[in-house]
Ligand binder design. Structure first.
Ligand SMILES: *Cc1c(COP(=O)(O)O)cnc(C)c1O
Length: 408
């Protein structure tokens, strides 16, 4: 069968996917054809406010002019060398990213899951080379309800049965403790522990924000126990919460920070492991790598992303608009919203299950011109581009109110 060449409608395109595209997603029935800033447009020209922002990969909005320009300039010059050779963009990217995050060294990768995998390998190597853990005995302590990606090793320590079951045998060496529970963490850490790996805010779990003092407690406990604190800031980092990193809300500096999503500006996949020299310094040539990691196009876009964050303007904006978001959601509690958690421009909103699943509410929001995504059960995740205006945010909240209260 040959593929049709005439322009196809949204419905036709959705139907065309079914036989040829793996069914590992259940997207909302919208087919996006173009986008700018906080707005996307579908095949038929309908416009939607993007309240998901690619799970925070689009913190700077769609096609931010400075990022598109950096990509264009680099496309015209050099795109890939592999790490067999040096390229003229990588040093600058690493210097500026390290400075932005208060760390010493950068290991460039591509996707978030790769950054997590790299962080795990790095923590194990550090445990053997520096801490002196006996060979193949290193453990990593993680939190229940985590989301760190989709590789076989990462799903090995997931507690989400849908993400995990059917994909064994699993990688050993992980201990799972409840999130936001320092006593449980303390009990799980021993002389084999290479690292504690956690999300400073659990995004996929529903934007779960730990109690004040938890992150500082993890920092203190890992320091005392002589193991690494690895913070997965792939979703929480790079401006989303009103700070460059979410750990900054507690004044904490982890040993290793994992970055991804927004680091690629919504243009190319860019991830990185950033950390102290004592940790990243354990890697030697041949022990780890990536064909595309640190490619000049990624480095150029990543550098432009870091430049946007260096001014602090996006972080301030996320903090200020975060108050608009919080106040708007607070006004809906008891009126369709049973509870919510937010920090900066990031919220998990638990809607009254009687009004429908998170999926059903997301579909109703879609018909109102708002794109958002449910997470588990009746929770909706809101994470608009940090470039959204106060008026746009207010109108999105009005649509949510309409959907929940008027049952639109
Ligand atoms: C998205 C995400 C990942 C995985 O990133 P991918 O680019 O999808 O592989 C890992 N950790 C967290 C916290 C994430 O939100």
């Amino acid at each position: 069968m040959t593929a049709p060449t005439h322009p196809r409608t949204s419905d036709e395109l959705i139907r065309a996917e079914e036989p040829v595209l793996a069914h590992n997603y259940h997207p909302l029935p919208v087919v996006v054809a173009r986008a700018e800033g906080a707005w996307v447009e579908d095949v038929e020209g309908r416009r939607y406010l993007d309240m998901l922002a690619g799970y925070s990969a689009l913190n700077f909005g769609h096609r931010h002019p400075a990022l598109v320009e950096a990509a264009h300039r680099q496309l015209d010059r050099l795109t890939l060398t592999s790490r067999a050779f040096h390229n003229d963009r990588l040093a600058g990217f690493a210097e500026r990213l390290a400075a932005l995050t208060g760390q010493d060294m950068v290991l460039p990768m591509n996707t978030g899951a790769e950054a997590v995998e790299s962080g795990i390998k790095l923590a194990r190597k550090w445990a053997y080379d520096v801490k002196g853990v006996p060979a193949d005995r290193a453990t990593i302590v993680v939190a229940a309800d985590n989301f760190h990606g989709r590789t076989t090793t990462i799903v090995s320590f997931s507690t989400d049965e849908t993400a995990r079951s059917g994909f064994g045998p699993f990688t050993p060496g992980f201990r799972i403790v409840p999130y936001n529970d320092l006593a449980a963490l303390e009990a799980a850490v021993d002389e084999t522990t290479a690292a504690v790996l956690i999300e400073p805010i659990q995004g996929e779990a529903g934007v779960l924000i730990p109690d004040d003092g938890y992150l500082a407690g993890v920092r203190e406990l890992t320091r005392r126990a002589g193991c690494l604190f690895v913070a997965d800031e792939i979703q929480s980092g790079l401006g989303r919460t009103g700070r460059t990193l979410a750990v900054e809300h507690e004044g904490v500096v982890p040993d290793v920070v994992l970055l991804g999503k927004a680091l690629g500006g919504g243009i190319v996949p860019v991830s990185a492991v950033v950390g102290r020299r004592e940790v990243l310094g354990v890697l030697h040539p041949g022990e780890h790598g990536s064909t595309f990691g640190g490619n000049p196009l990624a480095a150029a876009v990543g550098t432009a992303v870091v430049e946007l964050l260096e001014t602090g303007a996006f972080q301030r904006r996320a903090a200020e608009l975060g108050e608009v978001l919080r106040d708007g959601l607070a006004a809906l509690v008891g009126r369709g919203v049973v509870g919510f958690r937010s920090r900066g421009l990031w919220a998990g909103v638990d809607v009254d299950p009687a009004l429908g699943t998170g999926r059903a509410v997301s579909e109703r929001l879609m018909r109102e011109g708002i794109l958002a995504k449910d997470t588990h059960g009746s929770t909706i995740r809101l994470a608009p581009p940090l470039t959204i205006t106060a008026d746009e945010l207010t109108s999105a909240l009005a649509s949510l109110e309409k959907v929940l209260v008027a049952g639109a």
